[in-house]
Write a protein of this length. Structure first.
Length: 507
């Protein structure tokens, strides 16, 4: 990070007027520091990532006031994004539950990361930021693999009659691994959390059943705290039957992140195949191959069927676009290995019927989608408003007591914001794919395997994200969305497809 700050003028698209302004120079260093914090933290903590972004935004505005120039670039995604934002704001104002929807408008600021990066980084700075992202992502993978080897939580063997968990969803063979936001690996750790908690505190016990979440409520009482065994359960050992999630507890979010990292690595790998053919060193080839293997393994261990399938689909689709014989052979080998291993791991970590889509998780997801589709014709123009379904879950025909979303990005956008907003979202994603693909084609003559590889990986990541979005509301998940926008922006900068005059180069 110190290198980033000290070398600011070489890493950042430095405005000419800033060279003589000490304040502007320090604002630039603060901006780069915020981006470094963001890159390190976004694979693990959205709160820390937003702190880093906030710091960069403040520094960007402060420097703009000092030099009289914001340097906001123009890109092909500006129009669809502005239309989408405008329709989202109108939808929130007309929401069935405006008190719920209007505060959610702050999520629109997530798109600012794209402009923040392309307006303020040079290729060298973008390479540093990508390096920080990858190293941070690898740290999460390493932690997950260690946790997988050691086991997670504690397996319930018996529940006593007077246990506070007797009336909950939990049963023997379930695995308790978190109480509130604290991980637990033994009954002693759980008892300590309960005894140190204030009376009346309410926690969610994060438990696992067949690898899937089985949450249960827990209200702390004085009587519970006075017991020798507050939870009233017997436990035995740790479980290795769980879906890895890095340093967080959100395995679907983690799967989306691992898909993005894996596809970026595959893009680098495919681009670097040409370096061998041209007689150049294959160091980057082995680096990208190792990265692709590590992130693919982590993705498989999340046992997230839709994301694994979308990753394989994105890889095959990207290969069809580039029509490279060596690349197609390599990808065929990768798919032949990844597909059966994924099927085995999904069945081993979850249930034997998980791959046939007849398990409870699949049935619930399809019910959520059908309920959303029935709701769209009732509010086709501006939707019901962001997250308004939370207040009308049963009334609007959504199944079960667990309040969530429709588990599909296109359906959820149409429900929340209306069909015109869905059209703008599809326009936005199409322009992102077109922009990155054309950027990849333009980067090829330069002979920069890293730049062209990142562009190709960004194309694959956009395709994978879009495919996964059909059965996951990944657009509403801040971490994957921020990482996707960042990866696209960084790839454009590294490959030289973004100019330093405040405009995107023609694509």
């Amino acid at each position: 990070m110190s290198s980033l700050i000290i070398g600011a003028p070489h890493l950042e698209a430095f405005p000419e007027r800033a060279s003589s302004s000490s304040f502007a120079k320090w604002a630039t260093r603060l901006l780069l520091c915020g981006l470094a914090i963001f890159a390190i933290s976004v694979p693990h903590s959205i709160a820390a990532a937003q702190i880093g972004l906030g710091l960069s935004y403040v520094a960007w505005i402060a420097r703009a006031l000092a030099v009289g120039r914001l340097g906001l670039p123009q890109t092909p995604i500006d129009r669809p994004l502005l239309c989408f934002i405008a329709l989202t704001i109108v939808s929130a104002m007309l929401s069935v539950e405006p008190d719920e929807s209007i505060p959610k408008l702050r999520t629109l600021t997530l798109f600012g990361v794209f402009y923040l990066i392309i307006a303020n980084l040079r290729p060298r700075g973008a390479r540093w930021m990508i390096g920080l992202l990858i190293v941070s992502g690898l740290a999460g993978v390493g932690y997950s693999l260690i946790e997988k080897g050691l086991g997670r939580g504690m397996i319930i063997t018996a529940i006593e009659d007077n246990s506070p968990l007797r009336t909950t969803y939990l049963r023997p063979d379930d695995v308790i691994w978190m109480i509130g936001r604290s991980r637990v690996n033994s009954l002693e750790e759980a008892n300590q959390i309960i005894r140190e908690s204030p009376t009346g505190a309410t926690y969610t016990i994060e438990a696992l059943r067949n690898g899937d979440p089985a949450p249960a409520p827990l209200v702390i009482t004085d009587e519970m705290k006075s017991r020798a065994n507050p939870l009233g359960i017997s436990v035995s050992g740790h479980s290795r039957r769980f879906r890895i999630s890095g340093f967080s507890r959100h395995f679907i979010t983690y799967a989306e992140q691992m898909q993005l990292f894996a596809l970026l690595a595959y893009g680098l790998l495919l681009a670097n195949l040409k370096s061998l053919r041209n007689g150049r060193s294959g160091v980057w080839l082995w680096v990208s191959l190792s990265l692709a293997g590590m992130f693919s393994l982590a993705l498989v261990l999340t046992a997230s069927r839709a994301v694994i399938a979308s990753c394989i689909l994105a890889l095959l689709f990207t290969l069809a676009l580039i029509k490279e014989r060596r690349a197609m052979l390599l990808a065929l080998v990768a798919v032949m290995v990844m597909a059966p291993v994924s099927v085995y791991m999904v069945r081993a970590i979850r249930t034997s019927d998980a791959t046939s889509l007849t398990d409870d998780s699949s049935k619930r997801r399809f019910k959520y989608m059908r309920a959303g589709l029935r709701l769209i014709p009732q509010h086709p123009i501006f939707g019901v408003g962001l997250d308004s379904q939370k207040h009308h879950w049963k009334e609007w025909g959504f199944p079960g007591d667990y309040i969530t979303h429709t588990h599909s990005t296109p359906i959820q956008i149409a429900v929340d914001r209306g069909l015109p907003a869905l059209g703008c979202y599809l326009w936005l994603m199409a322009m992102l794919i077109v922009m990155t693909w054309r950027g990849y084609k333009k980067s090829l003559p330069a002979g920069d395997e890293v730049g062209s590889g990142l562009m190709l990986g960004a194309v694959a990541a956009l395709i994978g994200f879009s495919a996964s979005s059909l059965v996951n509301y990944n657009f509403g998940d801040s971490e994957p969305l921020l990482m996707l926008l960042s990866a696209v922006a960084l790839s454009l900068v590294v490959s030289g497809q973004i100019g330093f005059n405040g405009r995107a180069q023609s694509t």
